[in-house]
Write a protein that binds this ligand. Structure first.
Ligand SMILES: CC(C)(COP(=O)(O)OP(=O)(O)OC[C@H]1O[C@@H](n2cnc3c(N)ncnc32)[C@H](O)[C@@H]1OP(=O)(O)O)[C@@H](O)C(=O)NCCC(=O)NCCS
Length: 181
């Protein structure tokens, strides 16, 4: 883990060249399965950019979403686009990304959430993220919509002293185009 550096920056600070570099890393890491909508979901919040030497090697971002739970619209930090270059995995870079994003969540949000790929689940559970055991839905127009297919792959995290939502009640995420979660 020598010469590893994590930079935290808002999307507005990255500029087109660096955003292009991030997109290229994501296209490579997700084997071409990372869509324009997936990329759009990763913008507008804070990015954790992990460099090995001078090379951008890992990325993740956290964006704000409102999540309705019981009678509260919680300020949620939603994690997107976590990826490490294929040749650099299992050396702690994914953890470095998550440590940076968890710091942001702890300082700015009441709750962290993400939708895990099969490849990502082990990383998140190793860091104390837990599978949400309750119902999931979205506040789509014109009616709210249940998302049972998302149950089992949505993970939550709260900073020390925080309280996880009550699984007896649902989590209703704001709507967006593409994958809602
Ligand atoms: C998922 C991903 C980001 C993990 O990055 P990484 O740099 O390999 O993760 P780390 O080295 O920090 O792993 C930290 C811990 O997470 C767990 N872990 C991570 N990847 C794992 C895997 N493939 N299998 C089992 N455990 C794993 C382990 O506990 C690991 O600690 P260890 O190596 O000491 O056993 C990386 O595999 C990746 O980019 N995959 C393709 C894109 C993707 O699916 N992203 C997730 C989207 S939700």
């Amino acid at each position: 883990m020598s010469d590893i550096r994590t930079r935290l920056a808002h999307t507005s600070q990255l500029g087109p060249d660096l955003l292009g570099e991030v997109r290229a890393l994501l296209d490579e890491a997700f084997d071409g399965e990372f869509s324009d909508e997936d990329f759009e979901h990763a913008l507008g919040g804070m990015h954790a950019l992990v460099y090995e030497g001078e090379r951008l090697t890992a990325h993740g971002s956290v964006v704000q979403r409102r999540v309705v739970h019981t009678d509260r619209a919680l300020r949620c930090g939603y994690v997107e686009a976590v990826a490490v270059r294929a040749g650099a995995r299992r050396r702690g870079l994914g953890s470095a990304v998550m440590a940076g994003l968890e710091g942001v969540i702890g300082r700015a949000y009441v709750l962290g959430a993400l939708s895990a790929s099969d490849a990502g689940a082990a990383l998140y559970t190793s860091r104390g993220w837990t599978v949400w055991g309750g119902r999931i839905g979205t506040l789509a127009s014109p009616w709210p919509q249940a998302l049972p297919e998302e149950e089992g792959s949505t993970y939550l995290w709260v900073p020390d002293g925080g309280v996880l939502p009550d699984p007896a009640q649902g989590l209703w995420f704001d709507w967006r185009n593409g994958d809602v979660l």
